[in-house]
Design a protein around this ligand. Structure first.
Ligand code: HEM
Length: 212
C-alpha cells in the first residue's frame, strides 16, 4: 500500500473512531441527548466499545483469508486502543453518573448486579492489553508472550457480550447481532489454523505425489 493511501486510511479511521464521541459532545452541547441523557451516553459508549472490539478481532481472520489485505494489521492496535478508550468512558459514566463516585455504591453494584460484574471483568481484561500496547512492551515481553497475553481480548469480548445480554430486559434480543459476529470470529480462528495446516501439509505432500 502506498504511503499516501495509508495516511488517508489512517486519518479516516481516526475520524470514524472519534465520530461517536463528537456525536455525544454535540448532543450534550445542543441539549439533544434525549430524555434520559445518562442512558444515551452509556448505550453509545458501550455499543461503540463492542463494535470496535469486534472490528479489531476481525482483522486477523480477514488477513488470513485475503492476504492482499495484510496491511489491515496496521490498524488493529489503533482500533483496540479506541475500544479501551470508549470502555473507559463507559466505565466513568457509571462511576460518575450511576454511583456518584461513591466507592461503597460501586462495590455494592459490582457484587449485586451480575451485568456490572461481567462489564467490570471485560474492562479489567482490556486494561493489561492497553497498558502493553507500546512497541517497548512488545520488545520487553517478546512477541510470543505478547501474543499470548493479547489473546485476552477474546475473553474481554465474551465478557462484554455477556454483560450486554445480562443488562437487557428478558425477551429483548438486541445483543443477538454482536453475539453471532463474535461466535463467527471465535470459530474462525481454529478453522483457519486447521485450513492453513492442511494447506501446509498438502504443500509438503504434493511434491512427493508423482505428476500425472
Ligand atoms: C468491555 C467492556 C464493556 C462493554 C463492551 C460494554 C458494553 C455495553 C453495552 C453494549 C451496553 C448496552 C447498550 C445498549 O443497550 O444499547 C452496556 C450497558 C451498560 N453498561 Fe457496559 N460495557 C462494558 C463495561 C462496563 C463496565 C466496566 C461498567 C460499569 C462497571 C458498565 C456499565 C454499564 C451500565 C450501567 C449499562 C447500562 C445499563 C442500563 O442502564 O440499562 N459496562 N454496556
Amino acid at each position: 500500500m502506498k504511503r499516501s493511501t495509508l495516511i488517508l486510511v489512517k486519518t479516516l479511521t481516526w475520524l470514524a473512531c472519534l465520530a461517536p464521541l463528537a456525536w455525544l459532545i454535540w448532543g450534550a452541547v445542543t441539549n439533544n441527548l434525549g430524555a434520559d441523557q445518562i442512558h444515551t451516553i452509556t448505550f453509545a459508549t458501550g455499543r461503540t466499545t463492542l463494535r470496535l472490539l469486534l472490528i479489531a478481532l476481525a482483522i486477523t481472520p480477514v488477513r488470513r483469508l485475503v492476504p492482499q489485505l495484510s496491511w489491515l494489521i496496521k490498524f488493529r492496535r489503533l482500533l483496540g486502543l479506541f475500544a479501551f478508550f470508549y470502555a473507559s468512558l463507559h466505565l466513568m459514566t457509571w462511576v460518575a453518573l450511576y454511583t456518584g463516585f461513591d466507592p461503597h455504591a460501586m462495590a455494592a453494584d459490582i457484587v449485586k448486579r451480575r451485568y456490572i460484574t461481567a462489564g467490570m471483568t471485560a474492562w479489567l481484561l482490556l486494561l493489561p492489553l492497553a497498558a502493553t500496547s507500546t512497541n517497548w512492551s512488545i520488545r520487553k515481553l517478546g512477541g510470543k508472550n505478547w501474543n499470548r497475553l493479547h489473546r485476552l481480548v477474546y475473553f474481554a469480548a465474551v465478557a462484554g457480550v455477556i454483560h450486554y445480554w445480562w443488562q437487557v430486559k428478558s425477551g429483548v434480543l438486541t445483543p443477538i447481532g454482536v453475539t453471532v459476529i463474535l461466535a463467527v470470529l471465535l470459530a474462525a480462528r481454529p478453522v483457519l489454523t486447521w485450513r492453513q495446516r492442511r494447506k501446509g501439509h498438502a504443500a509438503v505432500v504434493r511434491p512427493l505425489v508423482p505428476s500425472p
